[in-house]
Design a protein around this ligand. Structure first.
Ligand code: GRF
Length: 194
C-alpha cells in the first residue's frame, strides 16, 4: 500500500479524485495527510474523508529555505512513499526537492514542455493553439521541467475561456494522476528509472 502526502493550494479537485480512488479497496494507495501553503479550500475534501491536514505558510518564515525546511519536516511526520503536488502553487526549495525526489510528482494543466509555470491554461489560450494537454511529471529543480510520467492532448475550442479550458483539462489530469499512482504502486513505473 503506497502512502501518499498530497500538497495543494486551492480547491483540491485532483485531491478529491485521489481520495475517492482510495475508497476502492483495490486501489493500492492511501492519502495519509494533506498539506498546503495556506488554509486551502481543498482541506474540506481531506476533512470529509477523515484525512489529517497541515498548512505551512511562507509568510510565517524569514525566507523560502526556512519555509521549505518546515514544510519538509511536516511531510516527513507521515513518512510517505510518495508526495503528490496537485495544485500546489509554490516552487519547492532545492533541498526539499533533493530530500523527496524522485518520490515527488506533480500534475500540470498543459502538454509539457509546452506552457510551463503557474499560468499554463491562460498561456495556451493566449498562444492561440488548437490543442494543449495535461501532464504528470517527476518534480525537479526547474519549473515543470522534470521527467514526464504521463500526458495527454486536450483540444482548445474556439472561444474557450481560461476557466472552461481548465475545467476540461482537470478531469484528464485526475485520470492521468490516478493511473500514474496505480502504475507506481504496482511497479509498472519506477521513478528512479525516469
Ligand atoms: C490543477 O490544474 C493543477 O495542475 C494546477 O492547478 C489546478 C489545481 O486544481 N497546478 P485543484 O486545486 O486540484 O482543483
Amino acid at each position: 500500500m503506497l502512502s501518499l502526502v498530497v500538497l495543494i493550494s486551492g480547491g483540491g479537485s485532483n485531491l478529491r479524485a485521489l481520495l475517492e480512488a482510495s475508497e476502492d479497496a483495490e486501489f493500492p494507495a492511501r492519502v495519509v495527510a494533506v498539506g498546503a501553503d495556506r488554509p486551502a479550500d481543498g482541506f474540506e475534501h481531506a476533512e470529509h474523508f477523515g484525512v489529517p491536514t497541515f498548512s505551512v505558510a511562507l509568510s510565517a518564515f524569514d525566507d523560502r529555505d526556512a519555509w521549505g525546511d518546515a514544510l519538509l519536516e511536516q511531510v516527513r511526520v507521515w513518512q510517505p512513499d510518495l508526495v503528490v503536488l496537485s495544485g500546489f502553487m509554490k516552487l519547492l526549495p532545492p533541498r526539499v526537492v533533493a530530500a523527496l525526489a524522485p518520490n515527488l510528482i506533480n500534475t500540470h494543466p498543459a502538454y509539457l514542455p509546452e506552457f510551463p509555470g503557474a499560468h499554463a491554461v491562460r498561456d495556451a489560450i493566449a498562444a492561440g493553439v488548437t490543442e494543449t494537454g495535461a501532464s504528470v511529471i517527476v518534480v525537479d529543480n526547474g519549473v515543470d521541467s522534470g521527467p514526464i510520467i504521463a500526458q495527454e492532448r486536450i483540444p482548445v475550442l474556439p472561444g474557450d475561456t481560461e476557466t472552461e479550458l481548465h475545467e476540461r483539462i482537470k478531469p484528464v489530469e485526475r485520470r492521468l494522476l490516478v493511473q500514474a499512482i496505480l502504475d507506481i504502486a504496482n511497479g509498472h513505473i519506477d521513478l528512479k528509472e525516469l
